[in-house]
Design a protein around this ligand. Structure first.
Ligand code: SF4
Ligand code: SF4
Length: 455
């Protein structure tokens, strides 16, 4: 067995266990080194200089881009290191639009967080920021270049993980910007609106486009009957915004909060996820028995569908022809449920609460409207729902849980697992097996198709 190898960090020997960078070893040692341009799932960029440390015999180095060699002696908190981090942060702040009180990322912003942690209370450098227009060209993402700190996280996420490359660095020196090709709006390039760039952006430069105000307006319109569907992932994610443990389910409290806000009926997207599985399962069997294009890919994710349309049009015949659960819900709500309630279709407003920004884009696709009337009118994300609850002043943790409304609050376990990676496939396999074999599954678990929990 190889002897254990160590790196010395601030006087303590820390064993090496296959870490890729010095930064990972330092963090393992319990020291939270700040970074802007380091995201563990992306390639190393080494541009923000925030993770600078002193290495004996080598001087100042960025720890994210330094391999952890045995025997290195590292100092993470010298006077020089502290000064470098502060100056780097001041330079970033000098050229950043600092409208913190009205920024969508306020209180959840790495810049704010680090300014406080590093004790930066004034900025000694003159700004050379020349304000440019905000890009609101698309239904899903707002891009405010005035808040961009050029960390490149979004660029690498879009290229390396999503395989799109809708945004990149342009120009040189002081003029460097991150933008879509030729300075176009995101609407006019091949962005699939997945929102992954906004997820990693440490500032308010990329944020989901809010529909909170239009939803309030509908709720306060007496002529409208507003119904809402909740996607499976939302009931797990929302709790964290109100101090629940990650993974804790808060469906009952969400229903209660939505009823207080004025939603007439609170339904479950799992209901239409079950419909999707019936449709997709039968379509799959039909393809299998009629020699139609296989494999069949799901059409539930609008970012995936747009990706196929743009990058692999030859695979369009392999996409399921079924609507996604969000859109099936919209159709059923307006075409079947509205008449049942005695409400005119044009007076019903369907709102979705979804975990993904691409759902905003999907709802606006012309294929999903009838005579100019959208099946789903507004889509808000989990964060937007949290904002509405806070804005209303609802004490979420004190709410008495309420039940989803019937009939579209009914679901099976198959509908619920849509919220997990691989869940659509597993639900489809459960249905198809029983339909083809004519018998109940002994064990409904298909572990092989589940997503890797480590991401
Ligand atoms: S939304 Fe997705 S595709 Fe569009 S720029 Fe961001 S990461 Fe790229
Ligand atoms: S938009 Fe955000 S993630 Fe992209 S480079 Fe600018 S600050 Fe970084």
């Amino acid at each position: 067995m190889d002897p254990v190898k160590y790196v010395n960090i601030d006087g303590r020997d820390i064993p090496l266990e296959g870490e890729k960078s010095l930064l990972d070893v330092i963090r393992k040692a319990g020291i939270e080194i700040p970074t802007f341009c380091y995201v563990s799932e992306l390639s190393v960029y080494g541009a923000c200089r925030m993770c600078t440390v002193e290495i004996e015999g080598r001087g100042l180095q960025t720890s994210c881009s330094t391999p952890p060699e045995p025997g290195l002696k590292i100092k993470t908190n010298t006077e020089t290191v502290r000064q470098i981090r502060r100056v780097a942060l001041e330079l970033i702040l000098a050229n950043h639009e600092r409208e913190c009180t009205t920024c969508g990322k306020s209180t959840n912003c790495k810049l704010q967080d680090l300014s406080k942690k590093l004790g930066v209370e004034k900025i000694r450098f003159r700004s050379v920021l020349k304000p440019v227009p905000v890009d609101e060209s698309n239904p899903s993402i707002v891009r405010n270049p005035n808040k961009c700190i050029l960390c490149g996280d979004c660029v690498r996420m879009c290229q390396e993980v999503q395989g799109i490359g809708a945004i990149d660095f342009a120009h040189r020196g002081h003029h460097v910007v991150v933008q879509p090709a030729f300075g176009k709006g995101l609407q006019d390039v091949q962005c699939v609106y997945c929102g992954q760039c906004a997820r990693v952006c440490p500032t308010g430069a990329l944020t989901p486009k809010s529909e909170v105000d239009v939803v309030w307006k509908s709720l306060q319109d007496n002529k409208k009957t507003v119904v809402v569907q909740i996607a499976p992932a939302v009931r797990v994610a929302l709790g964290e915004a109100f101090g629940y443990q990650p993974g804790e389910v808060t469906t009952g409290q969400i229903v209660a909060a939505l009823k207080i806000m004025g939603f007439k009926k609170v339904f479950d997207t799992c209901f239409s996820a079950d419909l999707t599985i019936l449709e997709e399962g039968n379509e799959f069997i039909k393809r299998l028995t009629n020699d139609l294009p296989l494999p069949m890919f799901t059409s539930c994710c609008p970012a995936w569908v747009k990706y196929v349309e743009q990058h692999h049009p030859e695979l369009i015949p392999n996409l399921s022809t079924c609507k996604s659960p969000q859109q099936m819900f919209g159709s059923v709500a307006k075409d079947i449920f509205a008449p049942e309630m005695g409400v005119r279709k044009e007076d019903m407003v369907v709102v979705s609460i979804m975990p993904c920004t691409a759902k905003k884009f999907e709802a606006k696709r012309p294929e999903f409207s009838n005579n100019g009337m959208a099946d789903v009118d507004h889509v808000i994300t989990t964060q937007e729902l949290a904002q509405m609850i806070n804005e209303y002043g609802i004490q979420f943790r004190n709410l008495k849980p309420e039940s989803l409304d019937m009939p579209m609050g009914f679901k099976t376990g198959a509908g619920v697992i849509f919220g997990n990676t691989g869940g659509v496939m597993e639900a489809a396999l459960r249905y198809v097996y029983e339909k083809v074999e004519g018998k109940t599954l002994d064990n409904p678990d298909f572990h092989e198709v589940r997503g890797d929990p480590r991401g």
